[in-house]
Every structure is written in C-alpha cells, then in structure tokens.
Design a protein around this ligand. Structure first.
Ligand SMILES: Cc1ncc(COP(=O)(O)O)c(C=O)c1O
Length: 375
C-alpha cells in the first residue's frame, strides 16, 4: 500500500489508544475511606495508619526540606540508606528505597514475572500483589489459608514450573495473622532456587513474639529472598510514600536499573532518615499498640464477636450476619463517626478490619459496637 494511502487509512480510524491485554481486567485498588457519606467528620481507622502520627524529628526534617525544593533529591537516597543501615545493622549497599513498598512490589514483579509466569501468594494476601501481577501480564495464583493464616504446605503445593515469585506478608494484612520464623524457613527450603520469595514486613515492627522474624536472616543467607518494609505504618509517614527493600546484590542491581532515577522525594529521604533514627519514638508507638491491640480485641470478643489474633496495628473482626452483618456494622460505625475497612474484596465479606486508634477512639469503638450488637 502506498505510504499516503496507509496514512489516510490510519487517520480515518476512530479507534482509541488501547491498553495492553489484561489491563482492563484489573479491579482498581480501593483505599480506606476518609469521609462519611454525609460528609460528617469521622475518625479514620481504615488504612492502618499510626494514631500517634510521625516523630517530631521526622516532621522537623520534612519542614527543613522546604528550603531546597528547587533541588532534585539524591537519586540513591544515600542518607536514608545509611540511617537504615545504622538502625537495622544491614549493609547500605543491599538496600533500595521506593515510593512506598507498593512501588517496590511493582518493580519486583515488573522485573521477575511477565506473560506466562505465575505470582503466588496466600488466599487473603495484600491486593497489590494481584494488581501488579496482572498489570505486567503475569498470572496471580492464590493458595488456600488455614484459619486465615498462611499455609506453607498449600503454598508449596501450588508451585508449578511457571511460578516465578511467592509473596508472603508477615504479619499479613488484612488478617493480622503470622507464620513463625521456622515456617518461613520451611517455605524457603521448599522453593526452587529460581523462585523469588518476597517477605513483606509492612507490619514487622509490631510483633513481640519470640518465634517471629521479619525474614532478614533469609536475605542474609540466600540469593532468592527479599524483605520489604514501609514507613507508612509504625513510622506514621504514609503521606510521604516511602518503603525499602533489603535484597541480594543481584536483585538490588536489577531494581536500580528499572526504578525512576528520583523515585524517592527529598522530603521522604530526610524525614525517613530522621524517623528511622528516632528509635525511642518507634518504641513508644510499639508499646502503645501492645497495650491497645489486646484491649480492643478483648472488648470486642466480650461482645461475642470473633476477633482474629493479630500481630499488626489492626484487628479483623467477624460479624454474625443478619442484622448484625459486617456491612451494617460498617454503616453503624460510620454514622457514629468512625470508619473501619470493609474487606469483602479480600474474600472476607463477614469481616471488618479496624485500625488501633488513640485511647478515646478505641474506647469509642468498643462502645459503638456494643450498642450495635444490642440494636
Ligand atoms: C501488607 C502490605 N504491604 C504493603 C503495603 C503498602 O505500603 P506502602 O506502599 O504504603 O509502603 C501495605 C499497606 O497497607 C500492606 O498492608
């Protein structure tokens, strides 16, 4: 066809730019609500944010950054990696930072799984594993859980020659459950060496159980394990979007090749470094959670509700159904000024996830749900 005719044919078409196959099959991530339908002021307990906010040192570092907004950030986030290295005792050159751990989940899947590959995770795993797998053309695969807990045997049974990655959040969101260090080791031992195990420690600062591990020893020892962490939860820096990965050198190299050159803002680097170094503030947030998590769990159990044991900064509560359904409890809490998280999209339509709030909020939630159960 002469070039001119071909061009005319193309111009005559009304076709829209079309996304690649599979993109329109993705159900967009729905974040925790922050407003009630009526617009009445509400307390947000829907995104597992820290009720204590951020460390004053982090806020000061954030404000200080305002003086140099015209400068690009350090593309290697050296200040932050050095701070993390000092606090966690990990080599700075084996750390990479991202715009939230979400970005790092996406970069890992982008790099290691594509069309024809499977990305495996537990039944009630964090939704971004599925969304990123789909967006890079890979197939998300789930393995059944037992008692809303990651089941290592089921994950190992679900492996196929196409499995490229396994994601396990420990503790898991939205269930709050965890697997022990011994179980993580057993999971890793059952994986072929070419399968990448990603241990997502978004809530790793909270557990106090002696048999819990954030998985760093596995990253120390093996070439196919990555640990992810976030500043969005205990550090109270959700708004800045900041996460980090501890990984083998060959994976750090890959992530550094594909990430944006300035993927972490200067404000996030500076505030993150200050937050990481303020270990007294982190300890205070941990102790606060260790007091109010069992308190709220026990109050709600006392109402006859099923509260799943949680090692995070939130609880998963099962409602009996009928007029006391999770959907009605959600509406009731919203009417009374509190927003929990509906988790039907995690396959848990009978449950609500509730973040541990300030003392007055926890007390209010217990009272509101007691009234709801009497209604
Ligand atoms: C298990 C898990 N992983 C990762 C994330 C993402 O965190 P962020 O992108 O804010 O670092 C979350 C946030 O809710 C989470 O619950």
């Amino acid at each position: 066809m002469p070039q001119e005719t071909a061009r005319n044919n193309i111009m005559a078409s009304n076709a829209l730019p079309t996304p690649k196959p599979g993109i329109l099959d993705i159900a967009p991530y729905v974040g925790g609500k922050s407003k009630s339908a009526s617009g009445k002021p509400v307390v947000k307990l829907s995104s597992n944010e820290s009720p204590l906010g951020a460390s004053p040192a982090a806020i000061a570092a954030y404000n200080e950054t305002g003086k140099s907004l015209h400068r690009y950030p350090d593309g290697n986030a050296a200040l932050l990696r050095e701070a993390l290295s000092g606090v966690f005792g990990l080599p700075a050159e084996r750390l990479v930072c991202g715009s939230g751990s979400d970005e790092l989940i996406g970069l890992l899947i982008h790099a290691y799984a594509g069309a024809g590959d499977e990305v495996l995770y537990p039944e009630h795993g964090f939704l971004m594993y599925k969304i990123y797998a789909q967006s890079f053309g890979a197939t998300p695969v789930t393995a059944p859980e037992t008692n809303l807990t990651t089941d290592v045997d089921n994950l190992l049974k679900a492996l196929t020659p196409r499995t490229k990655m396994v994601f396990v959040a420990n503790p898991n969101n939205p269930t709050g459950s965890y697997i022990t260090k011994a179980e993580l080791v057993r999971l890793h031992a059952g994986l072929p060496s070419h399968v990448l195990l990603v241990i997502d420690g978004a809530y790793a600062e909270y557990p106090e159980h002696h048999d819990y591990s954030d998985g760093r020893e596995l990253v120390d020892q093996f070439d196919n394990v990555v640990m992810l962490r976030t500043f969005s939860k205990i550090y109270g820096l959700s708004a800045l979007r900041l996460g980090w990965a501890y990984a083998p050198a060959h994976i750090i190299d890959v992530l550094n090749r594909i990430r944006g050159p300035f993927n972490v803002s200067a404000a996030a680097i500076n505030a993150g470094a200050a937050a990481a170094r303020d270990t007294a503030f982190t300890q205070k947030a941990r102790e606060f959670n260790s007091k109010w998590l069992p308190w709220l769990s026990s109050e709600l159990s006392g109402l006859g509700l099923k509260v799943y044991p949680s090692l995070g900064n939130f609880i998963l509560v099962k409602f009996p159904g009928g007029k006391h359904s999770a959907a009605n409890a959600n509406l009731y809490m919203m009417e009374h000024g509190y927003i929990p998280r509906e988790v039907a999209n995690y396959g848990l339509p009978d449950c609500l996830r509730i973040t541990i709030g300030l003392e007055e909020d926890n007390r209010a939630v217990a009272k509101i749900l007691a009234d709801f159960m009497k209604s």
